[in-house]
Design a binder for this molecule. Structure first.
Ligand SMILES: Cc1cc2nc3c(=O)[nH]c(=O)nc-3n(C[C@H](O)[C@H](O)[C@H](O)COP(=O)(O)OP(=O)(O)OC[C@H]3O[C@@H](n4cnc5c(N)ncnc54)[C@H](O)[C@@H]3O)c2cc1C
Ligand code: SF4
Length: 516
């Protein structure tokens, strides 16, 4: 059963074996597997239950409807935009379907430096296999690579840069290009059409418009969740109360630590809310000689990995990913206004971008903000990371030119920097990347309730269970001990799969028989 509390009205009072908070990349997997194992599961999801029938491909309607803080979530200094889904299915409803397993050197790093003895490529293989099967992960076919991605591949190959066409989780894709706004064709294998229906079929009760605001404990153990029924803008209406001996926190790496800290849960290591990594990204726009209609077709299929070598240095590097925005998003991503801005927008059909996505050492924090669901997010780029991003901007322009772009625009604020193929790219690195000096975005916040073997330096153990609150698990991107350095959805789901199997194996102990 999936129920929209906004339409039903009233309060929600429930009792279950397990209460899962959040129905996205981690929460939906746990909910489905626990329900299929026979546990009585309630899912609380703050967002609404929208389906393919509601996704109308209009960004002015979809962005406020489907994204956290209407797509305007920012770090406290206003310098970094953080995009996260706020709906049944979470951010997987909006992601671009790059499907990668966690890089082996990163898993080795986690095992070696974070005391995660049971984490390895081999120990996670079964979880990765199950998740990839459920999400129908497969290589992107040659005929599915769109014009922008073809041009970027051609540019990278001319320069001798390493890159490849990736795998994705789409089935029957009609190549509309609207992935970020939700797939109107149910082709994207997001949680909305995979694990959420499985959870529902296995008897989980999934409540949309139910915002968790406090994790309850009794005698030091997890005991349930309280919160509010909320409308589309987050305005509180009725009350929510769920009693459950197992609570799985999967509200994403910004809201999960916010909820943890608001609930006054033990935090002896003082790590809850810290170590925030963002995979921050900056972009360069390229204008080609003829229309390439980059917004049509699969948005991202090629991936340039020349500038990251995790086996050599598991702590840093960056990748380049093709990117294109819809008209409003593009207009707001290009700097300035007036005639110059209008000239760029008139060239929309000839425009295609390249995104520099950083495997960041820089670490920020999340703290409770002015109201539930409005956390205060801090993040400062370390100088070395800023240099890498600036280098990535220059390399992006180089690849776009080699792929046939006639002009590139680096969206420095406020005026933007236009360059041609013969310009010296040191003009880009010389200007550098600073917060507030260029648009910086994140779609991969992570690591704020990190896993680790040592309770003095981590929040949860290798199966996602709190070191200090028995029965409380975390199953979202918060648990990554470091930045992942690769697209995270498959790793998030695989770790959630592992946590779910662990809970099932301990269910006799974790879920005492109910007396009434
Ligand atoms: C635009 C975009 C593009 C992306 N592209 C890719 C890609 O190509 N490949 C890739 O691997 N990854 C990609 N990602 C990242 C991927 O989607 C995430 O790794 C994954 O969704 C993370 O899962 P999660 O469970 O941590 O969080 P989410 O999927 O965000 O789920 C969290 C859920 O919790 C809910 N929630 C939050 N607070 C509360 C509360 N208090 N009470 C109840 N519910 C709450 C939210 O509404 C949300 O539904 C992309 C993300 C975005 C936004
Ligand atoms: S490109 Fe494919 S997966 Fe993306 S919205 Fe269109 S049909 Fe769906």
């Amino acid at each position: 059963m999936i129920q929209k509390l906004l339409e039903r009205g009233g309060d929600l009072v429930e009792r279950a074996d397990v209460c899962v908070i959040g129905s996205g990349g981690g929460g939906a997997v746990v909910a489905a597997l626990l329900a299929e194992a026979g546990l009585d599961v309630v899912v609380l999801e703050q967002g609404h239950f929208w389906t393919s029938r509601d996704f109308d491909q209009r960004e002015n309607e979809m962005m406020p409807r489907l994204f956290e803080e209407a797509g305007m979530r920012l770090t406290s200094d206003g310098s970094i935009t953080i995009l996260q889904g706020r709906n049944v299915g979470g951010s997987t409803v909006h992601n671009l379907c790059y499907a990668f397993r966690a890089p082996t050197p990163i898993l080795d790093l986690w095992r070696r430096d974070h005391g995660l003895d049971s984490i390895s490529e081999a120990s996670l293989k079964a979880s990765f296999d199950r998740v990839e099967k459920s999400l129908k992960v497969k290589p992107i076919r040659e005929d599915e690579v769109n014009e922008l991605n073809r041009r970027i591949r051609s540019g990278a190959e001319k320069l001798g840069y390493s890159g490849f066409v990736t795998k994705h989780n789409r089935e029957g894709c009609v190549r509309s290009g609207y992935c970020i706004l939700g797939c109107s064709y149910d082709a994207k294998q997001s949680m909305l059409v995979t694990y959420v229906p499985r959870a529902e079929a296995a008897g989980a009760r999934i409540y949309a418009n139910a915002r968790a605001e406090r994790i309850e404990t009794l005698a030091g153990r997890a005991a349930g969740v309280s919160g509010r029924v909320v409308d589309h803008s987050g305005r509180p209406l009725g009350h929510v109360s769920v009693r459950a001996p197992v609570v799985v926190l999967a509200a994403g790496a910004i809201n999960s630590p916010d909820l943890w800290l608001r609930s006054d849960l033990p935090n002896t290591s003082r790590q809850a809310g810290r170590n925030l990594h963002l995979h921050p990204s900056v972009m360069v726009a390229g204008f080609f000689g003829e229309p390439i209609d980059a917004y049509r077709g699969i948005p991202q299929s090629y991936y340039v990995d020349e500038f990251i070598d995790l086996a050599k240095d598991p702590h840093s590097g960056y990748v380049l990913m093709p990117i294109v925005g819809f008209p409003v998003l593009t207009a707001s991503s290009l700097p300035g206004f007036g005639k110059r801005h209008s000239r760029w927008m008139r060239d929309y059909a000839r425009l295609g971008g390249l995104l520099v996505l950083l495997h960041d050492r820089s670490a920020g924090s999340v703290a409770p903000g002015s109201a539930p669901g409005r956390p205060a997010i801090s993040y400062t780029l370390e100088p070395g990371d800023a240099t890498l991003l600036a280098d990535g901007l220059a390399r992006s322009a180089e690849v776009l030119f080699a792929g046939g772009a006639e002009r590139c625009l680096v969206p420095f604020v406020p005026d933007g920097l236009e360059i041609g193929p013969d310009d010296d790219l040191s003009v880009v690195t010389g200007r550098g990347v600073s917060q507030g000096g260029i648009l910086i975005a994140s779609t991969h916040p992570q690591s704020t309730l990190r896993m680790g073997g040592d309770p003095a330096s981590s929040v949860v153990n290798d199966f996602g269970e709190s070191h200090e609150v028995p029965g409380l698990f975390v199953a979202d991107m918060s648990v990554f001990p470091t930045s992942l350095g690769a697209p995270p959805q498959i790793t998030t789901a695989a770790l959630a799969d592992r946590t779910a199997h662990h809970i099932v194996s301990r269910s006799a102990e974790l879920v005492p028989k109910r007396s009434s």
